[in-house]
Write a protein that binds this ligand. Structure first.
Ligand code: AMP
Ligand code: MG
Ligand code: MG
Length: 233
């Protein structure tokens, strides 16, 4: 007798079905652009207090319905205000001086990203909501806290007189949604993953790995029924 037949006989069909992977509820966005910058930094005991410059610009494109990363963008960026990385920064992020020396200026990186996202938007027929586009699918940025887009990029672009594209002005702070959902203390992204039975894969503070793991956390939150809404407009 098949498991299903047995279940029907025992009137347990519903229980068996509820044990299978939950059906994902409809979400406001079809695709998410999970972003996690790494920037120049100094230890808290260092007397130097410089503004942060982005040194790694990674974004993963996450397909919500299929729970899958479908594309990745990564570029190392050359800091110009403080070109030399502190030992603390290299230690924390794993990013080597050579990688940023061979990186591109922030404006070039933003142009490259613009081209990348335009290509993906055509490919997947997606656009940002209320963006005057005729695209059938929607997307939004996701970051762990407001720091990446609300502080780091905004301040650096202001200092360097770089125009910030409209798309970077709205995002989902997944940390805020996670706090609201879990209502228990947790420490950092790895602590959040642990709360949902996941372990961080790769190296923490590597921007690309942080972004991939943030996407994994998002996936688990979607499974648990969290609705992913913009937190910053
Ligand atoms: P994260 O996404 O957590 O890897 O952090 C992003 C950036 O924040 C890093 O690249 C650093 O510039 C800065 N940062 C993170 N943690 C620290 C820390 N413990 N001390 C100083 N700066 C930090
Ligand atoms: Mg981060
Ligand atoms: Mg990071």
């Amino acid at each position: 007798m098949s498991t299903r037949e047995l279940a029907r006989k025992l009137d347990a069909l519903e229980i068996i079905y509820s044990d299978s992977k939950p059906k994902r509820i409809t979400q406001p966005f079809d695709y998410l652009l999970v972003l996690d910058f790494e920037a120049t930094c100094w230890s808290s005991t260092d007397s130097k207090k410089h503004p942060a410059e982005i040194i790694e610009f990674p974004v993963v494109l996450y397909d919500v319905k299929n729970d899958k990363i479908i594309a990745e963008f990564q570029q190392y960026v050359m800091p110009v205000e403080n070109p030399k990385l502190s030992d603390f920064c290299t230690e924390l992020t794993g990013i080597q001086q050579k990688q940023v020396d061979n990186g591109v200026p922030l404006q070039t990186c933003l142009n490259q990203f613009s081209r990348w996202i335009s290509e993906k938007m055509r490919l997947y027929d997606m656009g940002f909501p209320n963006d005057d586009n005729q695209r059938s699918k929607t997307c939004a940025f996701v970051t762990w806290s407001d720091w990446d887009l609300g502080t780091c990029l905004r301040k650096e672009c202001n200092r360097k007189n770089i125009r910030i594209e409209k798309m970077f002005r709205k995002w989902i702070d997944i940390r805020a949604l996670f706090k609201r959902f879990i209502r228990r203390p947790f420490v950092g992204l790895s602590g959040a993953l642990a709360e949902l039975g996941l372990t961080f894969e790769g190296t923490e503070h590597c921007g690309l790995h942080d972004a991939r793991n943030t996407a994994r956390l998002v996936g688990k939150m979607v499974d648990k029924g969290v609705v992913l809404q913009l937190t910053r407009r």
